[in-house]
Design a protein around this ligand. Structure first.
Ligand SMILES: [Zn+2]
Length: 493
């Protein structure tokens, strides 16, 4: 018997958590966060309590209540088992966007995570540049007996446990007990995205992950659809994020339009784009290079480029951190010693101003700080994230500077409020005037209706289940056998 339980990612955009059970072999495809579910109960100032997080999340229906699934330090502390064997054999990760991967840090450390090299490095980047625990779990709620014989709290996450990360190769099938898995690359807005075709004892199932045909890797998506067609699919789980849209520009159009704006800007070009979308970074990198400017990236992007550059599989796919057309921006550290008198402090103090992962970049030949950007505005395309707008105070964009916003347009009130705030910053510095909007140049990671129809038609699956969408009516229009699934619903193969 084979079935799939949908613990998220149906009638919702994101939060994918599909549990496949094939004669007792149990694997999750993705273990992501649903923005809509979390947003229903939580906000920036209201979250699950650390000491009770699992129970809080179960109560609100955000995490599935399954024994043996969650990290043992949490499970024991929250009295939800922790000493049992796990029944879950693996998690297959399509890609490292949070709506597909954000709850991995809650998982038990001995459940293997199968992912692409790119996804592994992006999760490593999350862990090492913030306090996430994707690849390495740091045990919490531990006690020890001190020298006086008293029971004390262990602090500072002393015990670290690496997760079992299994990196798969594109197009190279592997088996998890009775299930054969074929990971196939598809085009999307973060590196290393893979769709899966599973061959189970009762039939074959494909999961599209998130995909499109208008990025730099459209051929991958074509090839995936082709392989689906040859696989005699019993079931296709097909995304439909933008299925109600009819038009998409391409990633190459983004590059061309960005270059056009750079050409017409006398002083500084400032830009914002999704920090881990390296294909978008490439669009800005190419546009800057072709117009005689340097792209200035922040330390987090430099660190990600470094990880990719150090990987023998990925080297050369994206510019390395020492690329001559790239500059790395060093912001003020925690004491802001960057421009202070170092006879009063010291070089050592300056280094201490930065986190461990940031320090090595201080010695790179291609670093710049605000003084360089301030002085030579016409030489740079300056990446400035929504969370680092204070840099504008130092960089001081001169008259005839531009801002290119290459991020998704707001789709709810909260985001609209944020856009107002961001506009205020650029208006304050005269980059935008009240009448003039910023340059919004973006293309989504998801295919429009025409593209999704091509996936549905081309795959030729016997049955279709819409995932990652709020518009199932389009799937129904384009396929004769569509099944709707409720949250936590089960489908037999
Ligand atoms: Zn995605």
């Amino acid at each position: 018997m084979t079935d799939i339980t949908f613990h998220g990612g149906v009638q919702d955009i994101g939060g994918n958590k599909f549990l496949v059970n094939d004669r007792g072999t149990k694997i999750f495809m993705d273990f992501g966060m649903s923005f809509s579910q979390e947003g229903q109960f939580f906000s920036q100032f209201l979250g699950p309590r650390t000491s009770n997080s699992l129970i809080d999340m179960f109560e609100l229906g955000i995490l599935p209540k399954i024994k043996g699934l969650y990290r043992r330090d949490y499970a024991r502390h929250m009295e939800f088992g922790g000493d049992e064997e796990t029944e879950i054999d693996a998690v297959l990760l399509t890609h490292a966007h949070v709506d597909h991967c954000a709850y991995i840090p809650y998982l038990r450390e001995d459940i293997p995570i199968y992912c692409s090299e790119e996804s592994k490095l992006i999760m490593q980047n999350f862990d090492e540049t913030s306090s996430d625990q994707y690849l390495t779990l740091k045990e919490r709620f531990q006690v020890y007996t001190n020298t006086k014989g008293e029971i004390s709290r262990a602090t500072g996450d002393k015990v670290t446990i690496p997760r079992k990360i299994k990196v798969f190769e594109s197009g190279k099938a592997f088996s998890i007990d009775s299930i054969n898995v074929n990971p196939l690359p598809v085009d999307h807005s973060i590196p290393g995205v893979h769709a899966f075709i599973l061959h189970t004892s009762e039939g074959s199932v494909a999961n599209t992950a998130d995909l499109r045909f208008h990025g730099r890797r459209a051929n991958d998506t074509e090839q995936f659809v082709e392989t689906c067609n040859e696989s005699d699919l019993d079931l296709l789980l097909c995304e439909g994020t933008r299925i109600d849209k009819t038009h998409s520009i391409t990633e190459y159009d983004v590059e061309t339009k960005v270059a056009e704006i750079i050409k017409n800007t006398k002083n500084l070009v400032i830009c914002g784009y999704p920090i881990r979308d390296l294909d978008r970074l490439l669009s800005f990198y190419n546009a800057a290079k072709n117009t005689g400017r340097y792209l200035v990236v922040d330390l987090k992007q430099a660190y990600l480029l470094k990880l990719f550059d150090e990987s023998s599989v990925l080297r050369g796919k994206y510019p390395g951190p020492r690329d001559p057309n790239l500059k790395i921006y060093i912001p003020r550290g925690s004491w802001g010693l960057l421009d202070k008198d170092l006879t009063k402090f010291s070089k050592r103090q300056l280094i201490m101003d930065y986190a461990g992962w940031q320090q090595e970049f201080l010695d790179y030949p291609n670093v710049v700080d605000y003084r360089d950007v301030l002085k030579n505005q016409k030489d740079f395309v300056f990446y400035c994230s929504d969370f680092k707008l204070q840099e504008l105070i130092d960089v001081k964009p001169k008259e005839n500077s531009s801002y290119i916003r290459s991020l998704t347009e707001p789709f709810d009130m909260e985001m609209e409020l944020k856009e107002e705030l961001i506009k205020n910053w650029f208006m304050h510095f005269g980059v935008l005037s009240k009448e003039q909007d910023w340059h919004q140049i973006h293309v989504s990671g998801h295919g429009d209706g025409t593209q999704i129809k091509k996936v549905i038609d081309g795959s030729n699956a016997k049955k279709l289940i819409p995932i990652h969408t709020q518009h199932e009516e389009y799937h129904r229009k384009w396929h004769g056998n569509v099944q709707s699934i409720e949250q936590h619903g089960l489908v037999k193969l």
